[in-house]
Design a protein around this ligand. Structure first.
Ligand SMILES: [Zn+2]
Length: 293
């Protein structure tokens, strides 16, 4: 048995992403005694107010509001959290898309943006790290940048020749991509909703969402966490400006979610410990020994 607690680091683009992707997994591992550290690349300064019950005109300092929301979500999830301190790139609206705002996260060179993350990895020394896939999970420029910066930092943190002033090298044992919003899940939940005589919030989305079996086959790991969906929802609601409590996110009854898709899904991208696929635990291969990094 490992003497030290297991450590998990999630790297996310904005405050609220830690609550919409993998949050039930987080709550489950925290309850088990795993040390979970969320890294948030940007302050979410350019996020729109998405909750119709909040009048954007009443918000003077969106950055302060989003920090307070993150504090509340952090408490609910029971995690540590750090900001990398980059500025939200915003969602480029228009055709053609407008240029990204000067100084934003997505314009910072990857090598420069990765430095503070390398430092955090070498300090926290996670056994497992998660980030987004190369498409960003959803094509926000900050999500793509989060992927690139995470990959750079994951590799560089273990290399004594890279970022020599950012701490002692640390090899993260396993790296995962989130696949929370996969098509098979949307199909299964849609079918369950229709069978229950309810309208599926995924119906429109699925009309345009072409099957992509090769993409879906990338899922290697399903972490059972239905018991923690309510904690996930409370954390998400803490980001009050970003979430419509009567909207899409909460349109599927809890029982339907728990019965239909009682896990969160991941892709194992790199492992330095032996493990057998498919997995049901991000720490598979790490439970019986001491990982020295
Ligand atoms: Zn985001």
């Amino acid at each position: 048995m490992s003497v030290e607690p297991l450590r998990l680091m999630h790297v996310h683009a904005h405050p609220d992403d830690e609550s919409s992707k993998g949050a039930a997994t987080t709550a489950k591992y925290v309850a088990e005694g795993v040390d979970v550290h969320v890294v948030t690349c940007t302050g979410g300064e350019r996020g729109d107010v998405l909750n119709p019950k909040i009048d954007p005109a009443t918000i003077e300092d969106i950055q302060a509001v989003r920090r307070a929301e993150m504090d509340a979500a952090r408490e609910i999830l029971g995690v540590k959290q750090d900001w990398l301190g980059f500025v939200d790139s915003g969602w480029p609206d228009g055709d053609p898309k407008p240029p990204l705002p000067e100084g934003c996260f997505a314009l910072v060179p990857v090598e420069e943006a990765a430095e503070p993350l390398v430092r955090l990895i070498r300090t926290f020394r996670p056994h497992v790290m998660t980030t987004y896939d190369e498409r960003g999970g959803y094509p926000h420029p900050d999500h793509i940048a989060c992927h690139l910066v995470s990959m750079e930092a994951f590799r560089a943190a273990a290399d004594p020749e890279r970022y020599p002033d950012a701490g002692e090298p640390w090899q993260v044992a396993k790296l995962y991509f989130h696949h929370t919003f996969n098509r098979p899940r949307a199909v299964a939940i849609s079918e369950a909703m229709e069978a229950a005589g309810l309208a599926s919030p995924y119906a429109d989305r699925l009309k345009e969402w072409e099957p992509d079996p090769a993409w879906d086959a990338r899922i290697t790991t399903r972490v059972p966490c239905a018991e923690w969906f309510e904690t996930r929802d409370r954390a998400l609601l803490a980001h009050a400006t970003q979430i419509d409590p009567d909207g899409f996110w909460f349109a599927v009854p809890m029982e339907v979610q728990q019965a239909t898709w009682p896990h969160e899904d991941y892709e194992l991208v790199e492992s330095h410990v032996p493990t057998e696929l498919p997995e049901t635990d991000l720490f598979a291969g790490l439970r019986d020994g001491v990982w020295e990094g």
